[in-house]
Write a protein that binds this ligand. Structure first.
Ligand SMILES: [Zn+2]
Length: 136
């Protein structure tokens, strides 16, 4: 779904070449028309004009990248068998439908919730590991 309005300032949104903002072309982005006063934006899937998620301003981008930093190792390092399995767990834990469980669609509250769920998961995992090791 193409973004129609900026969720932060309600301006219209334009599809532009990323070079306009980043100085180099690596695809298209949706950018708030109030840029540079509002710099909400979202990138597109490679080679398409399909947005990766919803528009994010600077603060939300920071939270989303932090969420990725916490969450991605769960499937990258094998705590879950696959990326899909990790997202299934997150969708259940967050009580969100699976097709809405994407970091690129999260708002700040959802990022914070996901981070605390991941941290809880890691804490519990360590506890299990510690317990098991006493049997060795
Ligand atoms: Zn805006």
């Amino acid at each position: 779904m193409k973004p129609q309005r900026c969720p932060f300032c309600r301006s219209s949104v334009s599809l532009i070449d990323s070079a306009k903002v980043y100085g180099c072309h690596y695809g298209f982005i949706y950018l708030c028309d109030s840029y540079p006063n509002c710099d909400a934006r979202v990138g597109c899937h490679p080679g398409s004009i399909k947005p990766l998620g919803t528009l994010a301003d600077k603060q939300l981008r920071k939270w989303r990248s932090l969420t990725h930093r916490k969450f991605d190792p769960l499937w990258q390092l094998g705590a879950f068998s696959s990326r899909q399995a990790a997202y299934k767990w997150l969708s259940k834990a967050m009580r969100l439908p699976l097709d809405k469980t994407h970091v690129a669609m999260f708002d700040i509250q959802q990022c914070q919730k996901a981070i605390s769920l991941v941290e809880g998961f890691i804490r519990d995992g360590q506890r299990v590991k510690t317990k098991a090791s006493t049997y060795c």
